[in-house]
Design a protein around this ligand. Structure first.
Ligand SMILES: Cc1ncc(COP(=O)(O)O)c(C=O)c1O
Length: 366
């Protein structure tokens, strides 16, 4: 019997390995591996979610009309240009499915978010990784990788896992250097954490033309990762395309109602941002004092570089033993690094103490 054969490219996919959530034997488990907010969801979201529990037999609003309206009001955007999805992962996949296929190239930066190459391969397209400069998107290198087969360019801004970002001017320079028919996708999953004058999430660039899309998520600062909720801000023609290819009920009703409530709780988001503004620089300072390299980050996570891959693996294991789950970076081609999400104060202090113990013990041995 001949077994069914998947389309070319599918078996080249290295399945995405998410951040771990378990540390066997540890008294207390601190998950710092998935860039989730340590403050949890807004109590307003929890209430809205719970209130829906007796209406689970009803299909959700397939248009996400109220949610799109709430997003539009909150961010000063046009609701008609918003398409919601089951996490921004789904929107990334739908965009690639719609605009690239076999023979086409999807460009991303060397240490860009892994779902770009994965989703490209799933559609039979070829992912192309452009070199970075100092773990940051290099616009010139990106442009030099554009070929006649390039259909889409993805920039995570800020980028996961490096934490780096490029300025609005650099984003414009990238757009201006790309052929008009190439779609630029600006993935601004961590936009709410950034407070830099030269940064913008990309909505203005979307509105200025017909070849830029911005994706956003409720998984990070809004604390709704479990519900899978993201949105794309699109030129009208791209929104039309996404609305044709998406499932008719691709966003659940609990996700919609919790998302609307989250948008209304400005204080909760402000608390998360203020917390990050304190503990991100604190963690960077502490790991630097331990002799490690902290890559400058504007997200809610820090990429920490060790002497080599073995040192990073040993630190990962030592942290895990103490219950701290960091994110190993081998899948991103950065085996000498760990990515650490900003947690609560005692979690950050505990993590640094654990790391210091490990590195101290290491030093004593050598
Ligand atoms: C840069 C970036 N884009 C998109 C996503 C996907 O987020 P979502 O939970 O909305 O699918 C992530 C998640 O970690 C991310 O880091």
């Amino acid at each position: 019997m001949t077994p069914p054969v998947p389309r070319p490219g599918i078996l080249d996919i290295q399945p995405y390995v998410g951040g771990g959530h378990e540390a066997d034997g540890a008294e207390r488990v601190v998950v710092l591996s998935a860039n989730e907010t340590p403050l949890g969801p807004s109590p307003e979201s929890v209430r809205a979610y719970a209130a829906l529990s007796t209406a689970l037999h009803r299909y959700p609003d397939g248009d996400c009309a109220a949610l799109r309206e709430a997003i539009a009001i909150r961010f000063g955007l046009s609701a008609a240009r918003i398409v919601c999805g089951s996490g921004s992962d789904e929107l990334i996949a739908l965009l690639i499915k719609s605009y690239a296929g076999p023979g086409d190239e999807v460009l991303h930066s060397r240490h860009g978010f892994l779902m770009y190459p994965i989703s490209a391969r799933a559609c039979g397209a070829t992912p192309v990784a452009a070199p970075e400069a100092n773990y940051t998107v290099d616009v010139d290198a990106m442009l030099s990788c554009v070929s006649a087969r390039t259909r889409m360019v993805f920039v995570a801004n800020p980028n996961n896992p490096t934490g780096s970002y490029i300025s609005t001017d650099e984003l414009h320079r990238l757009r201006d250097g790309l052929p008009d028919e190439v779609l630029l996708v600006i993935d601004s999953a961590y936009a709410e954490y950034v407070s830099r004058n030269d940064y913008s999430a990309g909505a203005g660039m979307v509105e200025a033309g017909d070849n830029v899309v911005m994706t956003r998520t409720f998984s990070k600062i809004f604390g709704l990762a479990a519900l899978r909720l993201g949105w794309a801000y699109c030129p009208p023609a791209v929104a039309d395309v996404l609305n044709r290819v998406r499932g008719p009920f691709n966003v659940t009703a609990p996700a919609q109602t919790a998302g609307i409530a989250a948008l209304g709780d400005l204080a909760h988001v402000e608390r998360a941002r203020a917390h990050n503004d304190v503990w991100l620089p604190w963690l960077a300072e502490q790991v630097t004092a331990l002799g490690l390299v902290a890559h400058p980050s504007v997200g809610n996570f820090l990429l920490v570089r060790f002497a080599d891959a073995d040192a990073a693996a040993a630190a990962y294991a030592a942290l895990l033993k103490d219950g701290f789950i960091a994110r190993a970076m081998g899948g991103y081609g950065l085996p000498e690094c760990l990515r650490i999400t900003i947690g609560l104060e005692d979690e950050m202090r505990g993590l640094v103490a654990s790391l210091a113990r490990h590195l101290g013990a290491d030093r004593d041995r050598s």
